[in-house]
Design a protein around this ligand. Sequence first.
Ligand code: DAH
Length: 344
Amino acid sequence: MEQLLQQIEEVKQEMAAFEATNNEQAEAFRIKFLGTKGVVKGIMGEMMQVPVDQKKEFGQLLNSFKTFAEERYEALKNGLQSAEEQSGATDFDWTLPGDATPVGTRHPLSLVRNQMVSIFKKLGFAVAEGPEIEDDWHNFTALNLPEHHPARDMQDTFYLHKNPDFLLRTHTSSVQARVLEKQKPPVRIICPGRVYRNETISARAHCFFHQVEGLYVDEHVSFADLKQTLYFFVQEMFGKEAKIRFRPSYFPFTEPSAEMDISCTVCGGSGCSLCKHTGWVEILGCGMVHPKMLENFNIDSNKFTGFAFGMGVERICQLKYRINDLRLYSQNDIRFLRQFTGAL
Ligand code: DAH
């Protein structure tokens, strides 16, 4: 008996002193002490010789001896693991190629809008925004389109069913009214945004589209300033060879009013189907802010003058990327959208 107890004590000391610096050594521990022919098994076998009255006490002793061996083995393995973690040595192969994260592309309309904003920012224009659900005053009346004005019919309007005093804005000119009621001149803003019209959807018309509105009000603002501003924009957007021309037009909120064409970006002016063989494509409406409109916001029209313009983002995008069907912009066809990789 005594001999067995002493043997257990010695084995415990041996196990406690055992060190493992790699997996093989830990495995050697397992085989030596815990294996089928190992030391622990051998000592357990001695149980047979223990007298019956001591079996219980001895059984407990042997069990705790076995647990000691197992815990020591676990501790050796864990020690290896944490040493591995500390040194950073794992089975992971850092030289494997990574999983590429697919990068999306910007919508072409966002690309063009962002570019428009950055061009006008160079000239000192700030960005202003207004609501898409507008009231009659900001969308029409303040812009010199009183009730029953025939020009209201030019823009087929969506009215809100529950309250027809409200509508979906038909142009971003409504933001001019929003800004002028809050800010006194000098005002120099552009307003990019979505607008809505009650149109049947086709390749050339849609019930929603995007505009960028511009407004500059200060002392001594002239039509020459308007022309130079728009010429700068066109050259930045379409390149130095792009030409512009103005045609007289009518808008209730500007006087005089004009429409501006640029030389066709597809044929360069020689005539093609995009420019209907004229060499020119209309891109915007503009003019000098109507004095009545300034008076609507208590701005002295003898002291202040201004110019305004409004253009469609889809049209600029069409000329830049040759997109001939408006419906493509909102169909979410990934094959279409993937082609645009601009940085803006
Ligand atoms: N609001 C006009 C439209 O949607 C475009 C426009 C024309 C805006 C002349 C202007 C302007 O600011 O001066 O057709």
